[in-house]
Design a protein around this ligand. Structure first.
Ligand code: DC
Length: 235
């Protein structure tokens, strides 16, 4: 479809559907998929495991710089995972999704040296193109030259409903009001932090997924890519 592999940057708030859309898009294009949120989650899970004081920026940074993080395919598992996260060699795919990680990941991801280390690793993984990278700062900071930048959003109520469904599918309990409050708190924190706040890039296309199934959004994006490649050379 495209003359050569490009970088697709997808940003947006928690549970906006960006990860589902990004993974489907990557699979259809035969691209690498990188959900950068899992990297900040992995740092948080590792710090919690080691009983690190999460307010100790230097200690958390040390963990970010030394932990062995591997993101592998989710194929072969029937537990709904999109990919497998190995933290120091141990399968931590679900451990990075616990309420304790949800509650602390915004703080961990607000630390500049943690972000610098994650961005370095993200560019090393996706710098050659042929990648769909998903996060909060991909279009603005990590891959500002990506030829296609999307910002996928949805109402907070719809996002809370989706997060509750995810939890229930994984056999966890969850309270809608609690989840909604956490999503709103995280939106505020991630959007107002000093370093790389969650923001659409100036040239990002904003898509609302509240009333659109992921498959429809993916079809729209693929059609957009067709016209992009027909109208201009992409790099
Ligand atoms: O997408 P998610 O909910 O798994 O992300 C977890 C947290 O990581 C989120 O609260 C903000 C942070 N994050 C970030 O700061 N930058 C990214 N590129 C991705 C996630």
């Amino acid at each position: 479809m495209l003359p050569f592999p490009i970088t697709i940057a997808i940003d947006g708030p928690a549970a906006s559907g960006k990860t589902t859309v990004g993974k489907m898009l990557a699979d259809q294009l035969g691209y690498l998929f990188l959900d950068t949120g899992c990297m900040y989650r992995a740092v948080t899970a590792a710090a919690l495991q080691q009983d690190t004081n999460l307010e100790d920026e230097a200690a958390v940074t040390h963990i970010a710089q030394t932990m062995q993080l591997e993101i592998a395919s989710g194929a072969g598992y029937d537990d709904g995972r999109q990919y497998t996260v190995l933290l120091d060699g141990r399968d931590s795919t679900w451990e990075i999704r616990t309420p304790a990680v949800d509650a602390n990941v915004s703080l961990v991801s607000s630390y500049l040296p943690v972000r610098q280390e994650m961005v370095r690793q993200q560019r090393a993984i996706g710098g050659k193109g042929g990648v769909v990278m998903v996060g909060r700062d991909i279009g603005t900071v990590v891959m500002p030259n990506a030829p296609l930048k999307l910002y996928i959003t949805a109402t907070a109520a719809e996002r809370a409903r989706r997060r509750l469904n995810d939890r229930q599918r994984q056999g966890q309990s969850g309270d809608y009001d609690h989840i909604l409050a956490d999503i709103i708190r995280r939106d505020e924190y991630d959007g107002s932090r000093t370093h790389s706040p969650m923001l659409p890039a100036a040239d990002a296309l904003i898509l609302d997924s509240s009333d659109k199934p992921a498959a429809t959004l993916v079809a729209d994006i693929l059609a957009m890519l067709e016209s992009l490649s027909a109208s201009q050379p992409v790099s």
